[in-house]
Design a protein around this ligand. Structure first.
Ligand SMILES: C[S@@+](CC[C@H](N)C(=O)[O-])C[C@H]1O[C@@H](n2cnc3c(N)ncnc32)[C@H](O)[C@@H]1O
Length: 251
């Protein structure tokens, strides 16, 4: 049976399977689209994340929802030969690309890319110095649990740095954001995903735009980091509120 083509809200039945199928579908052009949609700004957001992660030399780092590995590569460059980086994702196709890309990066030490679920990480408590995650939270079925898991695997004093898209709060900025999403992102998306339904639901790049709608951000999201137990949970606004970067330290 054909399901609702535009799921209501960011949580819906069959979401985990749908998300996996979306990222399997778009994996081969994910990086290219990211660059086009963000007009190259994604690199600046990642650099800011690294700044917030502090000195990574010899640190053990985890990137959750690592996708094609861009954030993990930046961690590995900074962690150096004595550091260690693990990248976890639920979509094997995204991980395949991350592994392929890693060959040409000349990293001081290989990243361990492995399949895993952000909602039940296989790692021991307090086993990482730094946990990062980019644009994954909208895609999980339980946001609080994903943040709780990041907290659990961090050692006391360890840092979390998470980037997520959001709809700008400012009315004027929101107008331009909506134009960008409607005209640029949707059109670009159509060129790549051809408007094909996935699992009887909306096409891949429609999910990108609709998943931002009503997704908690700013103070509401920061409260989830505080609830998980992070001290000094705060967020930084990037690109006029289209991206928030959440940071916290495990007590
Ligand atoms: C928008 S992509 C972001 C990829 C990468 N972090 C980046 O910055 O480009 C979201 C990623 O989260 C992954 N993902 C979604 N739900 C997940 C889960 N429960 N556990 C692990 N990864 C998940 C998807 O497979 C996808 O690769």
């Amino acid at each position: 049976m054909m399901q609702e083509s535009r799921p209501n809200g960011t949580q819906f039945e069959g979401k985990e399977e749908y998300v996996k199928d979306v990222f399997t579908e778009i994996a081969s052009y994910y990086d290219e689209m990211n660059d086009l949609m963000s007009m190259g700004m994604v690199r600046g957001w990642h650099k800011f994340m690294m700044k917030k992660a502090g000195n990574l030399g010899s640190k053990r780092c985890l990137d959750v929802g690592t996708g094609t590995g861009e954030i993990a590569f930046m961690l590995a460059e900074r962690a150096g030969i004595d550091g260690e980086v693990v990248g976890v994702d639920i979509t094997p196709k995204m991980l395949e690309l991350a592994k392929e890309k890693m060959k040409g990066r000349g990293l001081p030490r290989d990243i361990v890319f492995e399949e895993g679920d952000a909602l039940s990480l296989r790692f021991e408590d307090s086993s990482f110095d730094v946990v990062t995650s980019g644009y994954m939270l909208r895609n999980v079925t339980d946001v609080q649990r994903a943040i709780d898991e990041m907290h659990r695997v961090l050692r006391p004093g360890g840092l979390v740095v998470v980037a997520e898209l959001c709809k700008p709060d400012n009315r004027i900025v929101r107008f331009f954001y909506e134009q960008h999403m409607k005209h640029r992102v949707t059109k670009l998306g159509r060129r790549y995903d051809r408007g094909e339904s996935i699992d009887g639901k909306q096409p891949a790049y429609d999910w990108l735009t609709s998943s931002v709608e009503g997704f908690p951000h700013g103070k509401e999201m920061t409260a989830k980091f505080a609830k998980a137990g992070f001290a000094d949970a705060k967020f930084y606004v990037k690109t006029f509120g289209a991206v928030n970067i959440y940071c916290g330290r495990k007590k």
